[in-house]
Design a protein around this ligand. Structure first.
Ligand code: ASP
Length: 304
């Protein structure tokens, strides 16, 4: 019997101000609609998460693709990972500067390379050789982000707020899906953190940190302050607990408690198992999410 498909997407977790709530809701709804179109016609969870993430990479609301945060040098530098829970194949890119849709490059690595991870120029070369168009870095930079960086740097060392406080934007995007064949998949894409040092890699593209998928356990995508998430290998931590029999809803919440208590981290997570049970949690004031199932079509900017 075919499984009922499920799709969950997120568009960041932080203290989003009221005036950008609508843009986030529209963005996650559009992403969920794109992923759901794939699942509805019997497509794979892998295709669904890719299509959902592409929509948010193209949407300047989010810190992924065009509109990403700028690094200290004023450049967009992006990371992404996609993973198939059935085969455990994965594709990741790190520190790419000339790819408008890093998740497309990650997918090519998953499908067409014996390797899992490419970074920098090598990743761009691989992408171009496999039909993913390259762009100029300037094409990914928008005035809002140039201004945000300018203001940030103008303050020099004088940053009244902690750069990693939840008030700082975490607009990384991600998706997890279950398809009719019972396979789960996950994808995460990000421009990283504001004014990051060039070459800094976050959690988003690291297997088991910002993204993970295994039919035996769960599919997960995280957002938030990357360094603490990496230290706990948080996506895999959560998937392991699901494999041991805990409910994704509970585990996702526990993961956020663990992140806070163990390393004072903050962020959010979406988590889905191969039975279609899911969790959405964050320890930040808000998180943008959307869900599609055969029974439910929903989106929110807060708790599930
Ligand atoms: N986790 C991402 C990173 O540290 C940032 C984010 O989620 O906003 O690169």
């Amino acid at each position: 019997m075919p499984t009922n498909p499920v799709l969950v997407v997120h568009g960041g977790a932080w203290a989003m101000p009221d005036d950008i709530v609508d843009a986030h809701l529209i963005g996650v709804r559009n992403a969920a609609a794109a992923g759901w179109r794939v699942l509805e016609r019997g497509g794979s969870s892998l295709d669904a998460v890719e299509e959902a993430v592409v929509i948010m990479e193209d949407d300047e609301t989010f810190d992924a693709g065009r509109g990403s945060f700028l690094n200290r040098d004023g450049k967009v530098q992006m990371d992404a990972l996609i993973m198939d829970g059935g085969t455990l194949r994965a594709g990741g890119v790190g520190c790419v500067e000339r790819i408008a849709n890093p998740v497309r490059a990650a997918r090519k690595i998953l499908s067409e390379s014996p390797h899992v991870y490419f970074v920098g120029e090598g990743a761009e070369r691989f992408a171009a050789e496999h039909g993913v168009p390259l762009c100029r870095n300037e094409d990914l930079i928008i005035p809002r982000e140039s201004e945000r960086l300018r203001e940030y740097l103008a303050r020099g060392e004088d940053h009244p707020e902690d750069i990693f406080a939840p008030a700082i934007s975490h607009d990384t995007v991600g998706a997890v899906a279950l398809d009719r064949d019972g396979n789960i998949a996950a994808a995460t894409s990000t421009g990283g953190t504001l004014a990051k040092a060039p070459g800094r890699l976050g959690d988003s593209s690291l297997i088991g940190c910002g993204c993970y998928a295994n039919n035996d356990s769960a599919a997960a995508s995280t957002t938030g302050w990357g360094e603490p998430i990496m230290k706990l290998v948080l996506a895999k931590w959560a998937a392991d607990r699901v494999e041991s029999g805990s409910l994704p809803e509970w585990v996702a919440q526990e993961a956020m408690n663990y992140l806070k208590q163990r390393v004072n981290g903050h962020g959010g997570m979406i988590l889905l198992d191969a039975q279609g049970r899911f969790g959405i949690s964050h320890n930040t004031p808000r998180m943008a999410w959307a869900i599609r199932t055969t029974q439910r079509q929903d989106a929110g900017i807060d708790r599930n």
